[in-house]
Ligand binder design. Structure first.
Ligand SMILES: [Mg+2]
Length: 370
């Protein structure tokens, strides 16, 4: 447990970051995050940028991050293409032919790993590796299909089903995987988040003893961290928000939430869950007694009239949520973003402890959280 006054980052030696929705949004840095990452470096934390995008080289990612104002070196970037090529280089004999369905970056990494990239099933590849390529051609997917059909082992750098762009959502490399699966059945061995190889390689390269993963997506970042038994911080600057958080099942829940990366430089949220069925009345009164003057909403007033019927509650830094008549109700009326995130953490934890419970009204009232 962190000491009072300690920062969330104090519990970790390495922070691993997803890029899109965490570090940048489209062409721009997420506001305040350049300063936060510089402060983390000043505090002696190791940082690594962990991206599923296999199309871009680490050098290109470093240049992009620097152009946005971030401190970035080559050893601070890890892509799914790097993880895949390192793995295949170790697993396969030198010179083994690998059919590469991906960008020049992936081909170069496969060659640098001592393997022989090929583009035709007739070359007799022992493996096929798929990576995101915005100019992927149908004939090359045919070659991948033919090679897999002839017995080559099927690998994929990552399997993201979609890719957010400034014009909307388009298919990710998962679309290519789905098209091959439609023809042949089966699934590739996959390296990127949420799968272990990516997370394990990030830990290996940073020599992390106690890392935290910072991400905006539950399906890749948070599940990936959990599968690697790593703590995670879910930030609200990207794809997923309060509804996805509350709906997250076991194994899909972050260890912390925050507005953005700068939450690492704030004290961790303090949560207490009460199962009031096991407590006496005086403990109930103490738990729910208001701490000093506060603004109380009509919804909260209505909820407090039902104190006698409460059968469970959560308190996060003074923001309280209770169970009442099959619904989660907020007893407080937070008006700033940080207080609303604390209230959300109370609501989410109470919802996770009571699967299927209604909490739409409580979430609606947290209007500053996406
Ligand atoms: Mg993201």
């Amino acid at each position: 447990m962190a000491e009072p006054g300690a920062l969330l980052a104090d519990g970790y030696d390495v922070a691993l970051f997803d890029l899109d929705g965490v570090i940048y949004l489209g062409p721009d840095a997420v506001p305040g995050v350049v300063r936060a990452t510089d402060e983390l470096l000043r505090l002696g934390k190791k940082l690594m940028y962990v991206t599923n995008n296999a199309a871009r080289s680490a050098e290109v990612v470093v240049q992009h991050l620097r152009s946005l104002g971030y401190t970035a070196e080559l050893d601070m970037v890890l892509s799914s293409a790097q993880v895949a090529s390192a793995y295949l280089g170790e697993k396969l004999a030198k010179g083994t032919k690998v059919l590469v369905a991906g960008t020049e970056n992936l081909r170069e990494l496969i060659a640098a790993a001592g393997l022989t990239p090929v583009a035709s099933a007739d070359d007799g590849p022992e493996a096929v590796i798929l990576g995101y390529d915005p100019e992927m051609s149908w004939p090359l997917l045919d070659e991948a299909c033919l090679a897999i059909g002839r017995g080559a082992v099927w690998y994929a750098c990552n399997d993201d089903s979609s890719r957010p762009t400034q014009r909307g959502v388009v298919m990710g490399v998962g679309g290519m995987i789905a098209s091959i699966r439609a023809a042949l059945g089966g699934d590739p061995f996959t390296f990127g988040k949420p799968f272990r190889p990516m997370m394990d390689e990030a830990v290996r390269r940073t020599k992390a003893k106690c890392p935290i993963f910072v991400g905006d997506r539950i399906d890749t970042d948070i599940i990936g961290a959990n599968q690697a038994q790593m703590d995670s911080l879910m930030v609200f600057t990207g794809v997923h928000g309060k509804h996805e958080l509350v709906a997250a099942g076991p194994g899909e829940r972050p260890t912390a939430i925050g507005k953005d990366v700068s939450a690492l430089l704030l004290p961790p949220r303090r949560l207490s869950l009460a199962s009031l069925g096991c407590r006496n009345l005086s403990e109930r009164a103490e738990f729910f007694e208001p701490r000093g003057p506060r603004k109380v909403s009509q919804q909260a007033l209505r909820a407090e009239n039902f104190v006698g019927q409460l059968d469970g509650g959560a308190d996060c830094d003074g923001q309280r949520a209770v169970l009442r008549a099959g619904e989660i109700v907020l007893l407080t009326d937070p008006s700033d973003l940080e207080s609303q995130l604390s209230a959300l953490w109370a609501v989410a934890n109470l919802a996770w402890a009571n699967p299927g419970i209604e909490c739409a009204a409580a979430l609606r009232s947290l209007d500053l959280v996406g």
